[in-house]
Design a protein around this ligand. Structure first.
Ligand SMILES: Cc1cc2nc3c(=O)[nH]c(=O)nc-3n(C[C@H](O)[C@H](O)[C@H](O)COP(=O)(O)OP(=O)(O)OC[C@H]3O[C@@H](n4cnc5c(N)ncnc54)[C@H](O)[C@@H]3O)c2cc1C
Length: 451
């Protein structure tokens, strides 16, 4: 009997953005698809000429660490020595007003072992990106191209076509938009009606030598100190604890943002002026803290930089014809609930779905992926937005009640957090293809069934 010609799996894939979703997505696709598509070709297209050094230090949850280990990035980070990041067993929360502990977000299980052996880690974003790209560059079918800014895309004759700012274009069987919160893949192709929104909250961040903070530190690895005027996070960010990263998270006027961005080409005097005003903004809010190391930190002259927090609210479109959005491009949320984990989860879940449904049309792949991720992402968005609201200005009475609520919520939701740290995207059950022919990949099969 004549069999219908099955759809060919994508062989030529472009990933837009060499960030925390894009590079892991390339690594995960290699792992899942290469056994079945040996001539798989993945191009990561990055707008910057080199990996960006901005962004300060980020916290990796046990879930993010588990997934980075799966992709071979954690070993690479560990090989980077002290720069590979500081271990974080827990995030301790305090009232900046009274110095009182409000509780902690624990990365240890009941036995104090971490989840599957993984706790938290605070690492400079650039170091994490370098570790990811090092691993990607060792894969024979991944290429990274820098200095190519995508401006739009479309489908032409069964191919995805992307266009660059320099006037050139490229084609692929599949485009994966991992180009972050302001994604051009989203706003000029998949979902033009969904621009990013400013949350009203910005982070002002700096790194100082730990030995320059001489007063008693109220934290073992990381603290978040809540006040009426936002919260100040302090954390070690290297394994030898020689550096402290600080992030003042606060309400910041949207109209003022443009005056405080440090950009290339600005004069030294302009940059110094911006950093001085940002420093004063941080000092004004936290200089009266009851916590000595908070007071000392905010008095430090350092390169204070502004990072406005944007979001992409839930409910939008994540895919069409030959293009899908992952990470912040699809669902940027305020960075509390370990947003980078969601970028990694997306990358692994999508690769597994694509591998299992590799002989199905892309719209089936996208639909299964969407159904797998949508609800989890929406829930996380809600929780992140709630935490983000704690950074808003408040009156004295309200601050007191906010502290009490934060404490009791942490206790009440302890189990939810603990369950969240157990999430493993490599184990998420993916439904079988409709025809009943299970196209599970070798890797997924071995891992799903622990063979
Ligand atoms: C101030 C701040 C602090 C944060 N702290 C934490 C934290 O502690 N823990 C945590 O888990 N998460 C944190 N996050 C969130 C986390 O950084 C993001 O969720 C994560 O980076 C999302 O990964 P992504 O790959 O989707 O986007 P990104 O990491 O932003 O990567 C997007 C990439 O696409 C490139 N790009 C953009 N446009 C184009 C284009 N047109 N053409 C080509 N390339 C393009 C960009 O240059 C970039 O390399 C923080 C975010 C911010 C803003």
């Amino acid at each position: 009997m004549l069999q219908p010609d099955p759809t060919q799996p994508p062989r030529d894939i472009i990933i837009v953005g060499a960030g925390l979703a894009g590079v892991p997505c390339a690594l995960s696709l290699c792992r899942e698809l290469t056994p079945y598509v040996p001539d798989l070709k993945i191009r990561i297209i990055e707008r910057n000429e080199v990996l960006s050094t901005s962004g300060g230090a980020i916290n990796l949850s046990p879930v993010a660490q588990r997934h980075l280990a799966y992709l071979g990035v954690l070993d690479e980070l560990n090989r980077m020595g002290t720069e590979g990041g500081a271990d974080v067993d827990e995030i301790e929360l305090f009232s900046s007003r009274s110095g009182r502990s409000l509780g902690h977000l624990d990365f240890n299980d009941q036995e104090g072992n971490g989840y599957g052996g993984y706790r938290g880690r605070r690492v400079m974003r650039i170091v994490l990106l370098m570790a990811m790209v090092n691993v990607a560059e060792r894969a024979r079918n991944i290429e990274v191209a820098y200095g190519k800014k995508v401006i739009s895309g479309e489908e032409v004759n069964d191919k995805a076509v992307i266009r660059f700012e320099d006037g050139s274009m490229d084609t692929a069987d599949l485009v994966i938009g991992c180009d972050g919160v302001h994604s051009a893949t989203r706003t000029h192709w998949v979902d033009p009606d969904r621009p990013s929104e400013y949350t009203g909250i910005s982070f002002i961040q700096a790194v100082v030598d730990a030995e320059n903070i001489t007063s008693h530190k109220n934290f073992r690895a990381t603290s978040v100190n809540f006040s009426q005027h936002g919260a100040l996070l302090m954390s070690y960010c290297d394994r030898d604890r020689q550096e402290i990263f600080a992030s003042a998270m606060m309400e910041f006027n949207k109209d003022a943002l443009q005056h405080f961005q440090i950009t290339r080409g600005q004069s030294w005097a302009t940059k110094t002026h911006i950093q001085t005003v940002l420093h004063e903004t941080v000092m004004k809010r936290f200089k009266n803290s009851a916590i000595p190391c908070v007071r000392e930190m905010v008095h430090k002259d350092a390169d204070w930089m502004l990072y406005p927090i944007y979001q992409v609210p839930p409910g939008g479109q994540w895919h069409m014809s030959r293009v899908v959005l992952l990470g912040d491009a699809a669902h940027a949320m305020p960075p509390w609930y370990s947003s980078s984990s969601f970028a990694l989860d997306d990358a692994i879940c999508f690769s597994r779905v694509l591998a299992r449904y590799r002989l199905e049309p892309l719209d089936v792949v996208f639909d299964i992926y969407d159904r797998l991720r949508r609800e989890t992402v929406n829930r996380a968005f809600k929780e992140s937005s709630r935490m983000c609201s704690l950074m808003k200005e408040t009156g004295l009475l309200e601050e007191w009640s906010r502290e009490r609520k934060t404490s009791s919520r942490l206790r009440k939701h302890r189990n939810d957090y603990q369950n969240a740290w157990k999430f493993d995207a490599t184990k998420v059950a993916i439904p079988k293809p409709a025809q009943g022919q299970d196209l599970m990949t070798l890797h997924s099969f071995l891992e799903d069934y622990a063979i």
